[in-house]
Design a protein around this ligand. Structure first.
Ligand code: ZN
Ligand code: ZN
Length: 264
């Protein structure tokens, strides 16, 4: 096993994952992990609410993690986190969340807040070179705030774009350079492997992670963090994780095992 940690772990409160904090922690203990961060999809008033916990459920979530810490905290380090979109209009909200949890994960699935009002801006619908650059710029802005401990699936913006062209390269560089500058790790996300292979003009590849993106990140000297993005306790170490480990080896990437929350 390449790493015995996982900082991207969901919870049944988001409505598309299974398991409580205790279920994930028990699985992590069985796997011999030394650290786990629970980071379910946070409520956010400006984004769809059918794939994330509701605001009134946040206290239940935090209490569940706290209870789990009480039960298992001496055997494994348990961190509380939330995965969340960035919308610059709500900076005070991130600050308030950081008073409640140990860390936030940037999971940018939209170009901007309120996608219903602003038209389609889902990351799986990005079509033009300008869309990619716009996505990279919002990620860069998010990184620069210091609110986020790492960037989840930083190459998700490539998933439905037809080829890795000069726009894709430019967008990748924008993200990699700001991650390097601010010391924010970029995630190598095994959930993109679970989504399966797709075919683009570049050939067959997983939705993400993508080699040209990680070549740029590695060259820029970015920290790379392997995560399961587990939506089920058994995904903490499954076939997708084993494939991820083999790909990391083949692409000659350096991954960090522990998420440092101090050096930001
Ligand atoms: Zn999810
Ligand atoms: Zn996630």
């Amino acid at each position: 096993m390449l790493v015995r940690t996982n900082y991207h772990t969901h919870h049944r409160l988001c409505r598309h994952a299974q398991g409580t904090a205790g279920d994930y922690v028990e699985k992590a203990l069985a796997l011999g992990f030394k650290e786990i961060g629970i980071s379910d999809h946070a409520p956010h008033a400006h984004f769809d609410d059918d794939t994330r916990m509701r605001l009134e459920e946040l206290p239940l979530y935090l209490a569940d993690i706290e209870r789990t810490r009480g039960l298992y905290g001496e055997r494994i380090r348990i961190l509380s986190g939330l995965e969340i979109e960035y919308d610059p209009a709500t900076d005070a909200y991130y600050e308030s969340l950081l008073e409640k949890v140990d860390y936030l994960v940037l999971g940018q699935h939209y170009l901007e807040g309120d996608p219903v009002k602003n038209g389609v801006s889902y990351t799986f619908d990005l079509e033009s070179g300008e869309d990619l650059i716009a996505y990279a710029k919002i990620v860069r802005e998010a990184i620069s705030t210091g609110y986020f401990a790492f960037v989840a699936h930083p190459d998700i913006f490539l998933a439905t774009y037809p080829r890795f062209d000069e726009h894709a390269e430019k967008a990748s560089r924008i993200i990699a350079e700001s991650a390097k500058e601010h010391g924010v790790p970029l995630e190598f996300n095994a959930n993109g492997i679970r989504r399966g292979l797709i075919e683009s003009e570049d050939g067959k590849h997983y939705h993400y992670p993508r080699k040209p993106f990680f070549d740029i990140a590695e060259d820029a000297g970015c920290k790379i963090l392997l995560s399961s993005d587990a939506h089920n306790p058994k995904e903490l170490y499954d076939d997708a994780m084993r494939k991820a480990e083999r790909i990391i080896e083949r692409w000659e990437l350096t991954v960090c095992e522990t998420l440092s929350l101090d050096d930001r």
